[in-house]
Design a protein around this ligand. Sequence first.
Ligand SMILES: N[C@@H](CCC(=O)NCCCC(=O)O)C(=O)O
Length: 256
Amino acid sequence: MMKPIVAVPADNRHFEGYDWHASPNQYISAAAEGAGVIPLIVPALDALIDVDAVLDRVDGVLITGSRTNVHPSLYGEKETPEHGPFDPARDTVSLALIHGAIERGLPLLAICRGIQELNVALGGTLATEIQTLPERMDHRKPVTEIADEAFAVRHPVQVKEGSCLAGIVGAGAVSVNSLHRQAISALAPRLTVEAVADDGTIEAVSVIDAKAFAVGVQWHPEYWFRTDQPSGAIFRAFGEAVRSRLSFAHRLKVSA
Ligand SMILES: N[C@@H](CCC(=O)NCCCC(=O)O)C(=O)O
């Protein structure tokens, strides 16, 4: 069977004097090696990207984390300095990929900014600077230049019995890393909670009645997919869902 292709929305970045459509290697490598798929970075060019044309050609969607935040106007809030920085072109492409993947039954894995985009795409809201809210832990990235320290496992989440994630990593406590200052506030009506942190932060969700794997996690399984069992299992499960979608589409084509 052909290798499946998974769409990954790019971030807009400026470095070396150029504007780039870029995606961090940790997601691209985890998709290629951990899930066994071909990652296809989709430029964040706002409405110039025909997302339907992309979705016609791919077998799954991986939404990455990013330092930027979803623009608050997309969930009905006024912009403040605390909401930034933004990447509105990524918002446009990413939210369209999420909508399209769910509609078409393409497997979807959404990580960090990705779970936040998934919640906003389906009508939920986000809280910002969650470390300032009563009884909440500090979920922000540790201050260090060493990536292994920044992405080190920091706190447990409780994975719910009977959830999609429990079928992958087991129910109960799973240790995760944490590099975010926003989190889900009002949960979108089509989402169900799969895991929570001890301070009540929603750490994982899935789409109710999804036609395929459709999971979001607030942590970063992509960083440790080679060495951490639950992280590797999430990427393997995503890869299996994508392969089974490709073989289903292939069978349909052959029988047509
Ligand atoms: N902007 C959101 C999303 C956080 C996220 O995706 N972090 C990954 C970036 C990690 C880094 O800073 O290197 C938030 O802060 O909640």
